[in-house]
Design a protein around this ligand. Structure first.
Ligand code: NAP
Length: 186
C-alpha cells in the first residue's frame, strides 16, 4: 500500500466501519462467487488494509476464500443458517448480533466489511470509511456494488496500482472518509 493510503490520515477513530472492495468501471464486483479478475497487487492491498482488524463477510464471500479464515484478523461470517460452522471464525445471524459481539468484546479495531453486495447494502448507514479500488476495464459477471452516495464522503487519498506482468489491468486505490463519520456505539 502506498504511504498515501495511510489510514492514519483518517479523522475517525476505531472502532468504525469501513468497506473494502474492488470494482470495475461499471461497479461489477463478482462472478460465479469469485472475483472477475486476477490482480495480486489488489489482493496485497486488501491484506495490508485489513490485517490487524476485524473482517465481516457474507457466507457466500466466505465460501469463495481459498484458505479461510483470513489470518491475523478477527473473521466474522454472516449467515441466517443456525447450523453453520466455520473453524476460527465468529458466526453471526443478524447485524445486531455483529454489533453486540463487537461491543461486548470492546473491540477497538477498524471493522472492515469485505462484501459481498448483501453486506454492503446492510451496513450502508453505518459505514464511515471506504477503501475502493477501481479497475479501469469492463468485465463480465453477476454481482454489483450497491449505489453509494459519494457526496457524503470526501476522497482523502488515491494512488495508482502497479501494472506489471502479473497485474495487467490498470487500477487505482481510493480512500474516502464520511464527512460526518458515524460513531459506532452511541
Ligand atoms: N470485488 C470485491 O471486492 C468483492 C468483495 C466481496 C465479495 N465479492 C464477490 O461478491 C459475490 C458474493 O456476494 P453476494 O452478495 O452474492 O453474497 P455475500 O454477501 O457474500 O453472502 C450472502 C449471504 O450472507 C448471508 N447474509 C446476508 N445478509 C444477512 C443478514 N442480514 N443476516 C444474516 N445473514 C446474512 C446469507 O447467508 P446464508 O445464505 O447462509 O443465510 C446470504 O446468502 C462473489 O462473487 C464474491 O467474489 C467481491
Amino acid at each position: 500500500m502506498s504511504n498515501k493510503m495511510n489510514p492514519l490520515n483518517l479523522d475517525v477513530k476505531a472502532p468504525y466501519i469501513s468497506y473494502v472492495w474492488a470494482e470495475d468501471k461499471e461497479g461489477l464486483i463478482g462472478r460465479d462467487n469469485d472475483l472477475p479478475w486476477s490482480l495480486p497487487g489488489e489482493m496485497k492491498h486488501f491484506v495490508e488494509v485489513t490485517t490487524g482488524g476485524v473482517v465481516v463477510m457474507g457466507r457466500k464471500t466466505y465460501e469463495g476464500i481459498p484458505n479461510p479464515p483470513l489470518k491475523n484478523r478477527i473473521n466474522i461470517i454472516m449467515t441466517r443458517n443456525e447450523n453453520f460452522e466455520a473453524e476460527g471464525s465468529v458466526i453471526c445471524h443478524s447485524k445486531k448480533e455483529v454489533l453486540d459481539y463487537l461491543q461486548k468484546k470492546e473491540i477497538e479495531k477498524p471493522i472492515h466489511v469485505i462484501g459481498g453486495t448483501t453486506l454492503f447494502e446492510l451496513f450502508m448507514d453505518d459505514v464511515s470509511v471506504l477503501y475502493r479500488t477501481i479497475i479501469d476495464e469492463v468485465f463480465e459477471g453477476d454481482t454489483y456494488m450497491p449505489e453509494i452516495d459519494y457526496k457524503d464522503f470526501h476522497c482523502i487519498n488515491h494512488a495508482d496500482g502497479v501494472e506489471d506482468a502479473e497485474n495487467k489491468h490498470p487500477h487505482r486505490f481510493y480512500l474516502y472518509e464520511r464527512k460526518n463519520p458515524i460513531p459506532l456505539f452511541e
